[in-house]
Design a protein around this ligand. Structure first.
Ligand code: OGA
Ligand code: MN
Length: 306
């Protein structure tokens, strides 16, 4: 297995491994190290069944079943279908997933570690792939904040709310979105939560800015106007072009990204006749903060010595 950095601010290609086969512990440790270092890993040329995707994804943490409860792979509720395809006039997947900057599950008490997306169909026009996924490095964003801001936000928490992104998408695509109004039960299952604004990565030790325009609604413990001004400043800073990386999809890609250190957005530049189909799993950040993840990523003795 080779991990080849893209040379950009984020990303590496992982070649020479078949994710359909059981994954050796040493390989998984190397994948975790690569992920902590590069933030986004692409495994090209994979062909996974939903069950194989679940088995691989589960290594990273407990799998989340999406709160919307729709567009699940039959027999595999942990696999969500992202697609603009329809069958008998009905959508087979969530067509507008992630179409603005966010990090996944920041609205959850237990936050997300990785997403594992497996591309089955990639939209194309004149041979060119569309529907890219863009990422932004929150390590780079944190590192380049003014020192006073870094110190300030290291002592602060912020509130995140699932409804912010959902309602924004409903408003933007009023009349066409498959997103229904959230029920009382769905809202109650995802109450707003607070998280530190700066995370120390459990595997790399690097700090990242943990606030995102998709879900972060309020800096806790300061005035409303001050909170709004601080969030506006951070949201503008964190999306500077030099922190960004674009993943152009190819059929067969398995893309794994680290939500503890990146934001992402889906580019909606394709039409209804340009099919996109991606299977998605979401692993939570329980395993990654535990001792087993640290043990697996400890450099082998030889490597340390040599
Ligand atoms: C997601 C997401 C982006 C995409 O799955 O969480 O934001 O490009 N997807 O499909
Ligand atoms: Mn997302």
């Amino acid at each position: 297995m080779d991990i080849i950095p893209t040379g950009a601010i984020l990303g590496a290609m992982v070649r020479g491994i078949d994710l359909a086969a059981p994954l050796a512990e040493a390989d998984f440790g190397a994948i975790l190290r690569g992920l902590a270092r590069h933030g986004v890993l692409c495994f090209p040329g994979q062909d996974l069944t939903p069950a194989q995707q679940v088995a691989f994804s589960r290594r990273f943490g407990t799998l989340e079943v999406h709160v919307s409860g729709v567009f699940q792979e039959p027999g595999h509720p942990e696999v969500m279908i992202l697609s603009n395809l329809t069958e008998n006039g009905k959508p087979i997947g969530l067509a507008d997933a992630g179409q603005d900057w966010h990090t996944d599950m920041s609205f959850s008490r237990t936050i997300a570690f990785v997403n594992v997306l497996h591309a089955r169909r990639v939209p194309r026009r004149d041979g060119r792939a569309l529907g890219a996924t863009l990422f932004a490095s929150m390590v780079a964003a944190f590192d380049t904040l003014p020192a006073a801001t870094r110190e300030r936000i290291e002592r602060l928490t912020a509130t995140h709310d699932f409804a912010k992104f959902w309602e924004m998408m409903r408003a933007r695509h009023a009349g066409t979105t498959a997103r229904q109004p959230l029920t009382e039960a769905q809202r109650a299952s995802k109450p707003p939560v607070s998280h530190p604004m700066v995370l120390r990565h459990p595997l790399s030790g690097r700090r990242s800015l943990y606030a995102d325009p998709g879900y972060t609604v309020r800096v806790d413990g300061i005035g409303a106007a001050e909170s709004a001004a601080l969030l506006e400043e951070l949201f503008a800073h964190q999306l500077r072009p030099e922190f960004r990386y674009a993943h152009q999809w190819t059929e067969g890609d398995v893309l794994v990204w680290d939500n503890l250190q990146t934001l992402h957005t889906a580019v909606a530049d394709y039409g209804p006749d340009e099919p996109r189909l991606i299977r998605r799993c979401q692993a939570m950040a329980d395993f990654v903060f535990g001792p087993e993840a640290r043990r697996l990523t400890a450099a082998p003795a030889l490597e340390a010595a040599g």
